[in-house]
Ligand binder design. Sequence first.
Ligand code: SF4
Length: 337
Amino acid sequence: MKEIYWPQLLRALTIPKAATALQSLASYQISRWRKKEHLWGAPFVAHIEPTNTCDLACPQCDTGAGRSTRAKGFMPLELYRTIIERNARHLIYLILYDQGEPTLHPDYIEMIRIAKRHRLYVVCSSNGQRLADADYARELVHSGLDVLMLSADGITQESYGAYRRGGSLEKVKTAMALVNEMRLRLHRRTPHIQVQFVVMRHNEHELEDAENTLTAWGADRVLFKSPYVRSAAAAAELLPSEPRYRRYGIEEGRLRTLGIRRGSCPRLWYSLVVHWDGHVVPCCFDKDDSYILGQATQPLREIWHNQAFSDFRTRLLHQQWPELCGNCSNGLKIYPT
Ligand code: SF4
């Protein structure tokens, strides 16, 4: 919730959409209580993946490390347009990225414009490399994007580049300056610039200065995040010493997520993910299409109500967690204060 920019999110709300969202959330609570799936309303949050390609090589990212088994590609603009037009009636919150760097999509700005024409709250998360270009930054501000999340896990190139391999901190800094300049020029308050600083062993010595430095460079908000890692070996290498930013423990040589208490998974009652090729999967932790629940050429509401999705929800209601849930951040404080 920390990353939500409420003034813009409230603008995307209409009474019918709010009513649909309340129905969905109520059906989750009742399902949890009865241990039986009840489903009302419609999904009001969608992640759409413009592309699963990336220009950096971050080691714990499946895309950056080349571990992903999915074919690489870019969502056709017509498929995207169909998804938005068909589903905008119940969608409120559009997360316009998943795996990969979304700004590499040649129609990314147009994708934002389409969603904004349908009054959705739109969030982009980017490594910022493409944005260090005045024309692109102007178009991005013009597009009406609500939130721009930028990754900057360091305030020197040395600490930043240790994880964001192939990335330039100078470009991230330029991107922030350009977006700020364009916002001023165009008299806009958006996109709200949120810088995400993943706290790791090699950059935690910069924690004290990071907020002031990143704010001076143009961030509206700086969020310090605990790192996601895939293995006990990576945890040993990357986790910082500060306990607040360690979401894992290691037991008998295996990675274990700390402090997780789950009744079930609320996300399955309000959101879904669409990969670039239209495959619909339950959540962003399904990085390799392990559970394809439908194809987004169909209305999302229909997929959300289909048997495959229902079976998946029921499985989690009965605490039968699939492997992908083992490293999920759902229910964790990933942005400790
Ligand atoms: S990984 Fe599992 S618990 Fe986490 S959001 Fe996905 S389905 Fe829910």
